[in-house]
Design a protein around this ligand. Sequence first.
Ligand code: FAD
Length: 267
Amino acid sequence: MSGGAIAAIAMTEPGAGSDLQGIRTTARRQGNGYVLNGQKTFITNGQHADLIIVVARTDPGAGSRGISLVVVETDRAEGFRRGRNLDKIGMEMGDTSELFFDEVFVPADSVIGGTEGRGLHQLMEQLPKERLMIALESLAMIEAAMRHTIDYVAQRSAFGERVLDFQNTQFKLAECKTEATIARVFCDDCVARLLAGTLDAATASVAKYWVSEVAQRIVDTCQQFYGGYGYMNEYPIAQMYKDVRVKRVYGGTTEIMKLLIARTLEA
Ligand SMILES: Cc1cc2nc3c(=O)[nH]c(=O)nc-3n(C[C@H](O)[C@H](O)[C@H](O)COP(=O)(O)OP(=O)(O)OC[C@H]3O[C@@H](n4cnc5c(N)ncnc54)[C@H](O)[C@@H]3O)c2cc1C
């Protein structure tokens, strides 16, 4: 949090994103440590990270129980290379990068928790928090989009009236406000659950799936009220339009969230 070191979590590979069990990066036991080989992609902070948690197979024959989280300190990792900072359609403020590991040696205590094979379990424990964070980012964007848009339509006129005075504008923004209110109440409840230690995977998935989908709808609806100005980069709503799209994808796609929710349908 002090900014003294930048961290990244490297799960995704060119051949495996949603299906983490398909990862091919390996951490082979050697002497008093491990040797990492593989490739990651789409890694946030990849260009700057001092410390990367790499999801790797420590036991290729053990399926989901053969995956571990291995910490790499980049300043002392010979064989580690940062690839391209990928060219995205939005979220330009952060890098999204390729990473390469070619015979990278790390000491034995680099395996988080000190025991091999617990990686997927450790991820499952922490991913609800990441998913709630993405729901909260989406909620913040919903609320910002509405604030900007209400200010805009209150000062913009057409046919001798404020755009805010058209019934269409009022009805659409009333719908947005309704969904924004529901999203806020639900997210606040999830934060309370997180603090109480009771936020389960399915509830976090409900938040991530629904609030990110609502955010995309609301940003799109709001942008329409700007007319051509909404397509111009100088207006924050245009940036939001580009940034909101990925919230339905990263941290687990909407479809994967639905799978996690569906697992709880039967008692
Ligand atoms: C800007 C950005 C930042 C990112 N940051 C990180 C990061 O820091 N660390 C990291 O590890 N990853 C990161 N990612 C990767 C991200 O988490 C993945 O892109 C995401 O999980 C989807 O994986 P994929 O791209 O391989 O898509 P795929 O898994 O190939 O999915 C393609 C499509 O198939 C659907 N699908 C897959 N499986 C099923 C199924 N069983 N049922 C129905 N539909 C299915 C998906 O929902 C999707 O629509 C980032 C991605 C982006 C774009």
